[in-house]
Design a protein around this ligand. Structure first.
Ligand SMILES: Cc1ncc(COP(=O)(O)O)c(C=O)c1O
Length: 378
């Protein structure tokens, strides 16, 4: 799997490290950079709680910068206000697979002597001005979670672009825990169950069941209860399991078809939604993207999600709060209400539409018809 991933990015396998989750890749690179108490990083105020948590577990402080409402990505014009003498790195997230404004962000980071780490958890296969997302920063991390561009059945990948960090990263990797036989077996069963049972029609029901089983500790979930409560779980710094590597390698073999489907469905949504009052995301030719999910703003988000689940449509919601999910102790992560008004507004309004390979033209039409009938544009 390491080699297939490296080939995709035109690099060598020693620049690819496989972890239990994407967030663990971020943790590893921050640690390899020697960051800790007294250091700060800049993070978008519209992300998953596990991103600032990875920094917090190293006692690094996060400064949140608001997003551009058109692209859902960090707004370069707001960066100066968050810069302090303690700032060490900028986390650039390509939200929903929409490439961030890399020219402006890389220029700003270089001008302030900061390293860039790309959060590519949504953006496997997206390009900015022809260049692959994930190849701009010193390193980038990817998620192999079920709903991501390609799945390792949970799992994460770190891509290293700056070889000067390799010795330190390898030292961190050597300290990562191995996956036990029982854990590997459990993941293997989960992957088989997912592949057999989850379809666009069963997705909502299966996701609820999976969340429940994970809370009860029956299945391995995305975030543990400890993590949601803000503490670092035992065995957090862990390598990827063999079962996950096998699944990742299988998925990477058909990645071209998967990315082509996302391109096709992204274009279809855009074409159909342009004939409605909905605004489409600010994607230009310079931002060529295989959207992971297609964001749409609605005024009646909660009702819309409930109805969609009843209609068995795979309409989802990321993010529900600036540090997703709802219930996160955002204050403990240094976020105060009002810090990122656009991130907060997007959290209230945005639902996301499926683009993956199991979604065909008829499904896209169904989803758009549903929006026209039940949703209200924000
Ligand atoms: C933007 C973003 N970054 C990071 C992550 C973390 O990925 P993982 O669950 O593999 O740690 C997620 C998870 O959904 C995400 O949405």
């Amino acid at each position: 799997m390491q080699k297939l991933f490296a080939d995709f990015f035109g690099t060598t396998p020693d620049n690819v490290m496989l972890f239990a989750k994407g967030r663990v890749g971020l943790y590893a690179v921050l640690k390899a950079m020697g960051l800790g108490q007294g250091d700060e990083i800049i993070v978008p105020g519209y992300t998953c709680l596990v991103v600032p948590s990875a920094a917090r577990f190293l006692n690094i402080r996060c400064r949140y910068v608001d997003i551009d409402p058109g692209t859902y990505n960090i707004n370069p014009a707001l960066l100066d206000a968050c810069l302090t003498p303690a700032t060490r790195a900028l986390i650039v997230q390509h939200t929903y697979g929409i490439p961030a404004d890399m020219d402006a962000l890389m220029r700003w980071a270089a001008g302030n002597n900061l390293r860039v780490i790309e959060d590519c958890c949504h953006a496997f296969g997206s390009r900015y001005k022809g260049r692959m997302c994930g190849t701009f920063g010193v390193a980038s991390f990817f998620s192999g979670q079920w709903n991501k561009p390609f799945s390792t059945g949970l799992g994460g990948i770190l891509l290293l672009n700056d070889p000067s960090l390799r010795p330190a990263l390898q030292a961190v990797y050597r300290t990562a825990a191995e996956v036990s036989f029982a854990e590997n077996l459990r993941l293997k069963v989960q992957i088989a169950a997912y592949n057999a049972l989850v379809t666009p029609r069963t997705n909502a029901m299966m996701t609820s069941a999976y969340r429940l089983f994970s809370r009860l500790g029956i299945t391995a979930g995305s975030s543990t209860n400890e993590e949601l409560a803000g503490s670092m779980p035992a065995g957090y710094l862990k390598k990827m399991a063999p079962a996950q590597m096998r699944e990742g390698a299988l998925n990477l073999q058909s990645i071209d078809a998967s990315i082509a489907a996302r391109h096709r469905n992204t274009a279809l949504y855009t074409e159909m939604l342009r004939q409605t009052p909905y605004r489409t995301p600010a994607v230009t030719e310079q931002r060529e993207c295989a959207l992971l999910r297609y964001p749409v703003r609605v005024a009646n988000k909660r009702a819309c999600l409930q109805l969609a689940a009843r209609e068995r449509l795979e309409i989802g919601s990321w993010f529900e709060v600036p540090l997703h999910p709802e219930g996160t102790d955002m204050a403990a992560l240094g976020y105060r209400d009002g810090m990122c008004p656009e991130g907060e507004k997007a959290s209230r309004e945005v639902i996301n539409l499926p683009t993956h390979v199991k979604i065909n033209k008829a499904e896209v039409q169904n989803v758009v018809r549903f929006l026209q009938k039940f949703a209200a544009p924000a």
